[in-house]
Design a protein around this ligand. Structure first.
Ligand code: NAD
Ligand code: ZN
Length: 359
């Protein structure tokens, strides 16, 4: 088992990674079991795939374990769902000593993490990500929260888990599109922080997308998790360094908002956003053409949906409403080279529009 540390003083925690690790969870969590109530939070499909078995295996190992079913889809991340869940936790006899397990993708992780952060002013929780996006991104770093009708993730708190348990084998049941979309975020880590992993992903993209090489997949996930862990350790509250994780997100988010979730998944929008940010990096005189070509080549190999026709001015307007716009300037993460990112806030509007043309 690989163990990566997220060093945050008294809030430090390990990320454990191994193919098939879920089956060893009772053994892994045994040292933390002090007869408290354990609660698995998950969604229907994930419960039938993994949740029921996990519950049984924990029970057999002597854990007192309950199950909370969150609504399907993003509905799990709504304030209205929370009231009933908090009451349910009271009925189950949960208290300050309870430990929660978030078994699912980013939706479950964000919702269960928020519940853990606020129930009884905060209880321990463990992230067990079941999607590629959650394994490399959302389960690490402690960002928890729910959505409002006005937008996503508008209510939340940073509450670090006690551990993150990553079992890449769980990805075998994940729809292909979830894998390829999240691969956008995987590529992002290489592009902003690590040229070696970028090259490794690039030469093995097909195998990674098909989950054809579990050893390599585990290595790549581990590397991304470590990169995220290091960024979070340096800047837990996103005041500086953590913002480089937004590479591709300035334009990507706006594309996502414009086209909606059915047309474009998050990672797909980010892939397009990275292409545009790559073009801006060249125009800015930062990145060499040959690095951009490599970025273009790897993104070109992703099975991305073709973007419907759009007016770049509409996307620019959406970007100006985005919460990442500070002091009315649009912040961009650009590349100086593959593996090295910088944050800038002086990109001309005309250049942004040009970068979107031809996407
Ligand atoms: N907290 C953070 O730092 C952070 C970072 C990025 C994204 N997010 C949030 O994460 C959410 C997106 O997460 P996601 O992409 O993981 O999507 P998701 O949680 O909605 O999961 C995608 C779909 O896959 C299903 N699923 C999950 N695991 C499965 C498995 N192993 N086998 C079969 N089906 C499975 C789910 O039921 C769901 O239908 C968004 O709400 C986003 O805001 C949070
Ligand atoms: Zn993202």
């Amino acid at each position: 088992m690989q163990s990566i540390s997220v060093p945050l003083q008294n809030r430090s925690y390990p990320i454990w990674i191994e193919n098939g690790l879920l089956a060893k969870l009772p053994e892994l969590l045994k040292p933390m079991n002090q007869n408290q109530k354990w609660v698995i939070f998950s969604q229907n499909e994930i419960i039938s795939l993994y949740g029921n078995n996990l519950r049984e295996s924990l029970k057999s190992a002597g854990f007192q374990v309950e199950l909370v079913v969150l609504p399907d889809g993003e509905k799990a991340k709504s304030l209205s769902a929370l009231e009933g869940i908090f009451s349910q936790l009271m009925e189950m006899g949960c208290d300050r000593s309870s430990t929660f397990l978030a078994l699912g993708g980013g939706v479950v992780g964000d919702a269960a993490g928020f519940i853990a952060a606020t129930f009884m002013r905060g209880v321990d929780y463990i992230q067990i990500p079941t999607t590629l996006l959650a394994m490399v991104d959302s389960s690490i770093g402690g960002k928890t929260g729910v959505n409002l009708p006005a937008g996503k993730n508008l209510v939340g708190v940073i509450w670090q888990p006690k551990a993150v348990v990553i079992d890449p084998k769980l990805l075998e049941s994940l729809p292909e599109r979830e894998i390829s979309s999240a691969m956008g975020e995987v590529i992002k880590y290489g592009a902003i922080l690590d040229r070696d992993i970028f090259d490794l992903i690039s030469s093995n993209l097909e195998d990674l997308l098909k989950l054809a090489n579990p050893e390599l997949l585990t290595k790549v996930i581990g590397r991304c998790a470590k990169l995220k862990a290091d960024v979070v350790a340096e800047d837990e509250r996103e005041g500086g360094k953590r913002r480089i994780l937004n590479f591709g997100h300035t334009i990507g988010h706006a594309l996502e908002t414009n086209f909606g979730f059915d047309t474009l998944r998050h990672g797909e929008a980010i892939a397009y956003g990275m292409l545009a940010a790559g073009k801006l990096s060249i125009e800015d005189g930062r990145m060499k053409n040959e690095d951009f070509e490599l970025l273009e080549e790897i993104i070109g190999k992703l099975p991305l949906p073709v973007l419907p026709k759009f007016d770049p001015n509409d996307i620019l307007q959406i970007m100006q409403r985005d919460k990442k716009v500070r002091g009315r300037k649009i912040h961009f993460v650009l590349l100086e080279e593959l593996g090295k990112a910088v944050i800038v806030d002086d990109v001309a509007k005309r250049s942004i529009i040009n970068a979107m043309e031809g996407l």
